[in-house]
Design a protein. Structure first.
Lengths: 316, 251, 432
């Protein structure tokens, strides 16, 4: 039991921090520009594919730097020539634009790289078990992912709290209209934030690609989960996004690890169920089965009962 | 005469700042009442409180003797109070005709009906045409409301507010931003549509106020410092100091 | 039938032809179409079209009429499909006695019931909150459908047999053409109902709330209730579309209620144009044609659809119907003929450019996807070797020259357009 908890906790944190790398950028974009960027996870996918292609020629490590930069540049271009143009048609059009972009990027990825999963692997020096407890290995690559995520987290924190740019961004999050009056070049800030947010998503893709697989569906798998985090955490709250990322990460790993079903629960209250009733699926429902729906359940509940999210101050 | 709108110690705070600081006001049925005051005095806020857009922080509002404090806007409307907005607030993508007709539908008892066809309802469409005639927009009825000129939008705004035949009509700066001739037309229009009804208006243009109002209330920093006939308000010392004086100096 | 054609609202008794003309035309078209296009593939396509038309129209009750952007509309479509296919099986096993053509009703009812449940909390606000709730519910139901196998049938879905119902007037739905007329009848009725809905006080207020939800409250209407009723009606019609889908394909799977289908309905509605009643109909027809025709000729049709969608959102947010409607003023002034020549002049180079780009993409795809050693491919009947230089050069030249010519034609096109739309009094002498 303890080993289960230990590894679930560790895996949950790895997943959570990875999700935060995506969610932080999305939160920044969402709260500054009011745009829920549906294509955010597509940037994550692009990161993985770029890094894969780069790794074919020069290996894993250069890709770790180059791929996110490329994705960031691409994101900035999308903001400058796409989103800013669509802005004139209103918010709904912006949402639909990013939605269409996500669809298009998936098609383009399939066009360029094909439909099958790419053989994008972790570098060889990281292919060993870092430690073994309770007879179970903890791969070094996961520790590496953990390190990168924590590093990014600290860097973000430093930039946002210690630098001038960070202060402008914080002001823009809480009072979007104020910043323009202060005389800052808001369009440039927007483009920069969009670019950096995309680059972060790209970096997440680079390090997640080898662990979670590099395939055209990888954006869809993570995309909606990241929205859940942003909304659950609360608009304009990076702290909220961080907590929500960890919650969702842990929720998913624990739900998969703990194999209990409804009938187990009922058995505790000594209620027996008929194996053949129409509701049989409900009685045999187990935690690993419901794991994929838990984030969405959380999302809907939060939106109904606390539209500002866990830590947000503004209504979504 | 009985009162149409009664405000008892109405208060509104945004965070720590109190914008409306205990307003008592009694507006009689059939009266044309103007609320004046310097910028930032809280005139529009007071309107929003009465019409249900904002929740009260304290006090009571009565409409025809019935308490309407903190009801939602549509409940207050259904009790017979209709209002216009300072910033033009119409349905921009619908035609002018549709704008007015929507303003009529509830009062004609259609409610949320999805079994009547609006184009078949003779009485509804005749009444709409009549209102359009009144506000002088008949020739523009097929145009999307969003492309009307500013003055036309203001007229439409008044038309939507008055279409339903509410007993109490509140107009928030109906002539703001209009030229002289447009203002004269607007005054005539307001006079016509509020015939026999109760009118409450916020207005900056003193010409309009003294022309239309039976009584005037002066709101300064969230408090009413005087309520009286136009004649007496003009001669009121406190008012002159607090408001008219300042205006005169500006001019 | 468009909004534009219907702003003659002041007149109470429009001429008979004007009021019923479009409907008679629609009815005749629905009856005659399969006589003209009678091949199997044509009937298959038209069946799909009919289903998508209802689905897209129901979606536009939210997006276009009510201002609610939903990312989970397939839920009501899919649930309607599942419910209908279950009833199809009940009929087969004689649990209930019903004619098959009534199945979509049950689809509609479950769509309505779910819309009532979801709408009771999701319609409080429009905008992003509504969009997010719809997305969350969509994912929730799609994920649940893989868990509750008894109702959703798991990965394989639920299938039935539409021919097992009681035979009425010799119709047992064994043939696609019989299903076509069933879908056509349902489409006619639902299109009429949805159109009429938009002309009721409720439908008018849906537009008002879309335009300005706050002001709607000050003329007596609760914005939440207006949205809620629109939402329920929309769920009902989506469920009917799902029921027809079940009859047509005799199988309903998780895919019919997941995010992909929700995305498809958004896509076709938007391409068609959300500002017009007939927009979604145009969108559904065009999308189905693209889907069936393009997918027969190219494997990367979805790429083209994606590009088209993004370009639509960026440059023609009013959709295909909007483009058509833009020509109405010029048509009224009888100046449309002045646009024909500039259109042809700009159109031919555009086609050249597009064919250059498309052939380039197709060749790239062929080089990557074709079996090893297979270097010959054919485009519109022309056979060539993709591993030689010439085809690449030709496609490149086509794209560049076509693009250049298109660009050079643009000023003339713009001038012609402005001339055609100039106000009557000032531009009359010059243009005629």
């Amino acid at each position: 039991m303890f080993e289960l908890l230990f590894f679930s906790l560790l895996n949950g944190i790895v997943t959570g921090l990875l999700l935060f790398m995506l969610a932080s950028g999305l939160t920044l974009i969402f709260s500054m520009m009011g745009v829920l960027n549906f294509a955010h996870a597509s940037f994550y996918m692009l990161g993985a594919y770029f890094a894969y292609t780069i790794s074919l020629y020069v290996g894993f490590w250069p890709g770790l730097i180059i791929a996110p930069i490329l994705v960031g540049l691409f994101g900035a271009l999308v903001e400058r020539y796409g989103l800013r143009y669509v802005h004139r048609w209103g918010h709904v059009a912006e949402l639909i634009f990013t939605f269409g972009l996500a669809f298009l990027i998936e098609e383009v990825v399939q066009f360029i790289w094909g439909k099958d999963t790419k053989a994008y692997h972790e570098p060889e020096i990281l292919q060993f078990a870092l430690f073994t407890v309770f007879g179970q290995d903890f791969p070094a690559y996961k520790a590496f992912m953990l390190l990168i995520s924590i590093g990014i987290f600290i860097m973000l924190l430093m930039i946002l709290t210690r630098s001038r740019v960070g202060l402008i961004i914080q002001a823009a999050i809480t009072k979007p209209n104020m910043t323009a009056m202060l005389g800052h070049n808001v369009p440039l800030v927007f483009m920069g934030v969009f670019g950096v947010g995309s680059a972060l998503a790209g970096l997440a893709g680079v390090i997640a690609g080898p662990a979670l697989g590099t395939f055209p569906g990888m954006a869809v798998v993570l995309g909606s989960i990241v929205f859940v985090i942003v909304v659950v955490g609360g608009l304009g709250s990076l702290g909220g996004a961080f907590v929500a990322s960890l919650i969702i990460g842990l929720l998913q790993t624990f739900a998969i690890a703990l194999d209990y079903s409804v009938s187990d629960l009922l058995a505790v209250f000594s209620i027996t169920t008929e194996a053949d009733s129409a509701l049989r699926d409900l009685w045999t429902l187990s935690l690993p089965q419901v794991a994929p729906i838990l984030p969405y359940l959380l999302l809907v509940l939060i939106l109904i009962f606390r539209p500002t999210g866990l830590f947000g101050k503004r209504e979504t | 005469m009985s009162s149409a709108i009664q405000l008892n110690d109405v208060r509104k705070s945004f965070g720590p700042t109190e914008i409306i600081r205990g307003v008592d006001l009694d507006i009689q049925k059939g009266e044309r009442h103007a609320i004046i005051g310097p910028n930032g005095a809280g005139k529009s806020t007071l309107f929003h409180l009465v019409s249900g857009r904002y929740k009260l922080s304290g006090g009571h509002v009565h409409l025809n003797g019935e308490e309407i404090s903190n009801l939602s806007p549509y409940e207050i409307y259904r009790k017979g109070l209709s209002r216009s907005f300072q910033v033009t607030n119409i349905f921009p993508m619908m035609s002018v005709f549709e704008n007015v007709r929507c303003g009529l539908m509830w009062s004609k008892d259609y409610k949320y009906s999805f079994w009547h066809l609006v184009d078949r309802e003779k009485e509804l469409n005749h009444r709409t045409a009549a209102v359009l005639e009144e506000i002088g927009l008949t020739s523009r009825q097929h145009v999307p409301a969003g492309v009307l000129t500013y003055a036309e939008q203001r007229a439409l705004e008044i038309g939507i507010a008055s279409a339903g035949g509410a007993e109490v009509i509140m107009l928030d700066e109906p002539t703001a931003g209009m030229s002289h001739s447009e203002t004269d037309q607007a005054i005539a229009l307001i006079r016509k549509i509020t015939e026999g009804k109760t009118l409450v208006m916020v207005e900056h243009d003193m010409g309009v106020v003294f022309d239309l109002a039976d009584r005037i209330s002066v709101l300064v920093y969230g408090e009413i410092i005087a309520t009286d006939t136009p004649e007496n308000i003009r001669n009121n010392k406190a008012v002159q100091e607090a408001y008219l004086g300042a205006e005169a100096e500006d001019a | 039938m468009s909004e534009i054609a219907n702003t003659q609202t002041g007149e109470i008794s429009a001429p008979f032809a004007k009021r019923f003309g479009p409907w008679i035309f629609l009815a005749v078209a629905l009856i005659v179409l399969p006589l003209i296009f009678s091949s199997n593939i044509a009937v298959y396509t038209m069946n799909l079209m009919g289903i998508f038309i209802i689905f897209a129209l129901s979606y536009n009750m939210l997006l276009g009429q009510g201002g609610m952007l939903s990312f989970g509309h397939a839920v009501y479509f899919g649930l309607g499909g599942f419910m209908s296919v279950h009833f199809m099986n009940y009929i087969e096993y004689e649990v209930v006695v019903l004619p098959m053509f009534m199945l979509p009703i049950f689809g509609g009812i479950i769509g309505l019931v779910f819309a009532i449940i979801v709408g009771s909390f999701s319609t409080r606000r429009a905008g992003t909150v509504f969009a997010m709730i719809s997305l969350g519910i969509g994912e929730l139901i799609a994920a649940s459908s893989l868990i509750f196998v008894a109702f959703f049938g798991g990965e394989e879905g639920v299938s039935g047999d539409r021919t097992m119902g009681p035979v009425i007037m010799d119709v047992d739905f064994a043939q696609d053409i019989e299903v076509y007329y069933l879908i056509a009848a349902w489409a006619f009725v639902t299109i009429a109902l949805m159109y009429l809905f938009s002309r009721t006080p409720m439908g008018r207020m849906a537009n008002a709330v879309r335009d300005n939800d706050e002001r709607a409250e000050f003329i007596g209407y609760s914005q939440r209730k207006v949205r809620f009723i629109s939402f329920c009606a929309s769920g009902f019609f989506a469920g009917i579309a799902g029921g027809l889908f079940a009859i047509n394909f005799e199988i309903v799977t998780e895919e019919n209620l997941n995010a992909l289908t929700s995305g498809v309905v958004l896509l076709m509605t938007y391409i068609g144009g959300v500002g017009f009643f007939i927009g979604p109909i145009v969108g559904a027809v065009v999308f189905t044609l693209l889907q069936t025709v393009l997918s027969n000729h190219t494997e990367i049709w979805q790429l083209y659809v994606g590009v088209m969608f993004v370009l639509t959102v960026m440059y023609v947010p009013q959709g295909l119907t909007g483009i058509m409607a833009m020509h109405i003023p010029a048509y009224r002034m009888k100046r449309l003929s002045g646009l024909v020549v500039p259109y042809i002049k700009a159109g031919i180079p555009t086609i050249l450019m597009l064919s250059g780009i498309v052939s380039f993409l197709e060749m790239v795809h062929h080089v990557r996807a074709a079996a090893l050693g297979e270097t010959m491919m054919s485009l519109i009947g022309i056979e060539f070797d993709t591993h030689t230089v010439m085809p690449w050069v030709i496609s490149g030249v086509l794209a560049v020259v076509g693009g250049y010519l298109t660009k050079s034609q643009m000023p003339q096109l713009r001038e012609a357009w402005e001339q055609a739309n100039a106000p009557l009094d000032s531009g009359e002498g010059a243009s005629s």
